[in-house]
Design a protein around this ligand. Structure first.
Ligand SMILES: CC(C)(COP(=O)(O)OP(=O)(O)OC[C@H]1O[C@@H](n2cnc3c(N)ncnc32)[C@H](O)[C@@H]1OP(=O)(O)O)[C@@H](O)C(=O)NCCC(=O)NCCS
Length: 144
C-alpha cells in the first residue's frame, strides 16, 4: 500500500490517532500533549515505538514497540522485547501486521539482539507463528 509509511513515533504525533489505536489493544485513555511528549522521551531512553501512518489521512494505523535489554549473559548479549503490537481494525488482513513484525525483527538484528521475546494471548499464536516466532515457556505476571 503506497499510502502507508513506516517510521518512528515522534513528538508531533500526539493528535494522529495513536491513543485511539492503542485502545484496540487495551485500556488507553488519551493523555494531554505535554504528558505525551514527556512520556515519549522517557520511553525513548530504552525503547523505540514504530508506527505505520496512512499519509492520505495523516492517521497512525499500526504500531509496535521494540525495547532493547542489555544483558551480562551471552557475552553481554542483547534481548529485544516486542510490545504493544496493534493494527487498526480497518486495516487488518492486509499483511500489515506480518510486515510490521518483519521490520521489527530486522531492526532487532541490526541493533545486535540475539532474540526477540514477547507475550500474546493464545488466539494470536497462529499470527506470530506466521511471523517466525515459536511458542516458548509460560508467561508469568503480577498486577498491582
Ligand atoms: C494481531 C494483528 C496485529 C494482526 O494484524 P493483521 O495486519 O490483521 O495481520 P496480517 O494481515 O499481517 O496477517 C498475517 C497472517 O497472519 C494470519 N493471522 C492474522 N491474525 C491471526 C490470528 N489472530 N490467528 C491466526 N492467524 C492470524 C493472517 O491470516 C495472515 O496469514 P495468511 O497470509 O496466511 O492469510 C491484529 O489483528 C491486531 O491488531 N489485533 C488486535 C491487537 C492485538 O491483539 N495485538 C497483539 C498483541 S500481542
Amino acid at each position: 500500500m503506497e499510502n502507508i509509511i513506516f517510521r518512528e513515533l515522534n513528538e508531533n504525533d500526539w493528535d494522529k490517532g495513536f491513543f485511539e489505536l492503542l485502545k484496540e489493544l487495551t485500556q488507553s485513555e488519551k493523555l494531554d500533549e505535554e504528558k505525551f511528549k514527556e512520556i515519549l522521551k522517557v520511553i525513548n531512553k530504552t525503547a523505540n515505538i514504530y508506527i505505520y501512518e496512512d499519509i492520505k489521512t495523516s492517521r497512525i494505523i499500526g504500531t509496535a514497540t521494540l525495547m532493547i535489554e542489555q544483558k551480562f549473559i551471552r557475552g553481554g548479549g542483547k534481548v529485544g522485547h516486542l510490545e504493544d503490537v496493534v493494527i487498526d481494525k480497518n486495516y487488518r488482513g492486509l499483511n500489515l501486521g506480518l510486515n510490521l513484525i518483519e521490520k521489527i525483527i530486522n531492526l532487532a538484528k541490526e541493533k545486535g539482539c540475539y532474540k526477540i521475546i514477547g507475550n500474546c494471548d493464545s488466539n494470536l499464536i497462529g499470527f506470530y507463528k506466521k511471523c517466525g516466532f515459536s511458542n516458548k515457556g509460560i508467561q508469568i505476571a503480577i498486577y498491582f
